[in-house]
Design a protein around this ligand. Structure first.
Ligand SMILES: Cc1cc2nc3c(=O)[nH]c(=O)nc-3n(C[C@H](O)[C@H](O)[C@H](O)COP(=O)(O)OP(=O)(O)OC[C@H]3O[C@@H](n4cnc5c(N)ncnc54)[C@H](O)[C@@H]3O)c2cc1C
Length: 566
């Protein structure tokens, strides 16, 4: 049967009515028509995927779902007008920043263009920070390939860039004895994917030796020792700071609006701050990567956002659990998530999550009671956890393709465009490996027009003037040098005035409360800024010379104060 007929037949099985049609668009399949619910549109997208087309363009409209207003803020200046960069990277998430760092090894000019007021403001700060072992990804997929390589690379990247990485390992718990029979299958998948470490079956007795607080009903587990954890936003910022140190630029509040094309190439990129000329463009725009492809007339995929909500538990909960705890997903073949679980964070908190829900919006990070209730059920895995430990919750949106795999390739239509798109989970775990390939593809493009050589002076080690003081001994030593390291502002996380001032003098401009929090966790503790927010604002105001009323939580749309009272 020809592939279009196959798609049409699959759509017919869904019973969506005659209003949904499939047609061919270049090498992809395009769905059009109108349906009554988002779930129907999603079902159609999956029905058309993996039928031999390059991608699925799901243009079905949905009753009651209109256009989304995308956040953008233009500072109003035109300071980038007419500038040239060899490479423009669209998106300052972990993929864009890791790629900038890889490219900074070469003697070329590089700029990251990010629409938000800081880096890692979208999916790269809204996740579990798990360096997955590479077991869950489908064998043979790009996800599996990059996850395995990325996981391996993190040891070196964390050491060079000075962010914390731990490898507590992951216990896939067996709630009944039956799951033990899955172990040969699990081993086979781990072997096929090339998972590192001595992954193995762990008996019930051994599970309780490793994790004494796990609930009684667990009957054993599959242990994957290479699973790790990082702070995803600290890692993203560290990657960008090292790129900067090696000559790259970062421009924030830079929304990419359109491209000027010339003979099948992107000649320049239009942003609010000017029109910037370029040698090549890398599309790392996360949930907007399909829009960027369309702007370049390279439409071959469309994304659908899958929201995931997480709960953050108090910092002391980390003492009750060492490993990442999850449930087996191998038997739930239709699931579109690895299932999450109870995940220790690098800072000591525990995360519950994530959930998975298809939604039309690319930037709706709201949370709701239903998700919260669903997450609380995960508390059942650890007897020492309870709902009273919850500090807050948040959501992120996974940018999924209909094929459920990463898109990492040079454009087939635009000579100087490379896509790092549809990077849903395990995107954090895969980032270093994806970055190596995106950088190589870009260097190949640039090399057609000029000689691209590796820099002799590339320094892989990040050196920045700020960091979070971790021990009493270090604090004592620092206070001896400067008493402001003893003026504790954030009591929950023990962050001093001088640590905050150091952040504000860092290489990437920070002027919001969340920008400070993302770097040294001031305001991220139990009280969640309830006590320290005014003090942090005073420090920002004093250090940067901006009035208190201009300080925001996370950029232009989030003022903290409404005006001056006295
Ligand atoms: C709930 C949840 C849990 C997850 N857990 C894990 C995990 O434990 N481990 C793991 O490996 N992965 C995990 N992931 C997946 C991981 O977070 C993503 O794969 C990864 O962060 C994607 O990074 P990115 O750089 O592609 O996207 P993003 O971080 O979204 O970055 C894209 C950037 O592009 C910018 N942008 C978009 N359009 C424009 C424009 N027009 N102009 C300028 N800038 C633009 C955006 O503002 C954004 O900052 C999880 C995801 C979710 C949602």
């Amino acid at each position: 049967m020809n592939k279009l007929k196959k798609v049409t037949k699959e759509l017919a099985k869904l019973g969506l009515g005659g209003d949904v049609q499939a047609s061919e668009f270049r090498k992809s399949v395009r769905l059009t028509g109108h349906v009554g619910s988002w779930d129907e549109k999603v079902a159609a997208g999956f029905a058309a995927a993996n039928r031999g087309y390059k991608g699925v363009l799901n243009d079905i409209t949905v009753e009651g779902v209109g256009e989304e207003k995308i956040y953008r803020y233009d500072p109003g200046d035109r300071d980038l007008e007419g500038r040239y960069f060899d490479v423009l990277i669209i998106g300052g998430g972990i993929i864009g920043c890791a790629t900038a760092r890889e490219l900074a090894r070469y003697d070329i000019s590089i700029a990251i263009l990010e629409k938000e007021e800081d880096l890692a403001m979208q999916t790269s700060s809204r996740n579990d920070g798990m360096i997955h072992p590479g077991f869950a990804a489908h064998p043979g997929s790009k996800k599996a390939h990059y996850n395995i390589l990325g996981n391996r690379m993190y040891t070196k990247w964390a050491e060079e860039l000075g962010f914390e990485l731990k490898r507590p390992g992951s216990l896939v718990l067996f709630p009944s004895r039956l799951e033990k029979y899955l172990v040969p299958l699990m081993k086979m998948r781990a072997r096929k994917n090339g998972v590192d470490g001595h992954y193995r079956y762990i008996s019930r007795k051994k599970v309780f030796e490793m994790e004494p607080n796990v609930t009684e009903d667990q009957q054993g587990a599959f242990f994957l020792p290479s699973a790790g954890i990082i702070s995803p936003y600290k890692a993203t910022i560290a990657m960008a700071e090292n790129a900067l140190q090696n000559g790259a630029d970062v421009f924030l509040n830079c929304f990419v609006e359109s491209f000027e094309m010339d003979g099948g190439r992107i000649a320049s990129v239009r942003i609010g701050r000017g029109t910037v000329k370029c040698g090549a463009v890398i599309n790392c725009a996360g949930n907007f990567a399909d829009i960027i492809a369309e702007l370049a007339d390279d439409r071959f995929f469309s994304l659908h956002g899958r929201k995931g909500t997480e709960c953050i538990l108090d910092r002391n909960t980390g003492l009750t659990q060492h490993s990442i705890l999850s449930m087996p997903r191998l038997i739930q073949r239709k699931s579109k998530t690895k299932g999450g679980g109870v995940v220790p964070c690098i800072e000591g908190n525990i995360l519950l999550g994530p959930t998975a829900e298809e939604q039309p919006w690319r930037e709706d990070f709201s949370t709701d009671r239903g998700h919260f209730q669903e997450l609380l059920q995960k508390l059942d895995l650890n007897t020492k956890l309870s709902g009273s430990s919850v500090i807050t919750y948040f959501s992120g949106i996974r940018p999924a393709s209909w094929e459920e795999d990463f898109i990492i390739e040079p454009s087939e239509r635009v000579a100087n465009l490379v896509h790092g798109a549809a990077i849903q989970s395990p995107g954090v775990a895969s980032a270093p490996a994806i970055a190596v390939d995106l950088a190589k593809m870009t260097v190949d493009i640039l090399s057609k027009d000029k000689t691209v050589e590796e820099k002799t002076g590339f320094n892989p080690r990040r050196t920045v003037s700020y960091h979070q003081i971790e021990t009493v001994e270090e604090r004592r030593e620092m206070v001896g040098k400067n008493p402001l390291y003893g003026n504790i502002i954030c009591r929950c996380e023990t962050i001093s005035e001088q640590e905050i001032r150091d952040v504000l003098r860092g290489p990437i401009p920070v002027n919001s409360l969340d920008g400070v929090k993302r770097r040294i966790r001031a305001g991220a503790g139990r009280c969640h800024g309830g006590f320290c927010t005014p003090k942090i604002m005073e420090i920002i105001s004093d250090e940067l010379g901006i009035p208190m009323v201009e300080i925001t939580r996370k950029g232009d749309s989030s003022p903290v104060l409404s005006g001056e009272a006295k």
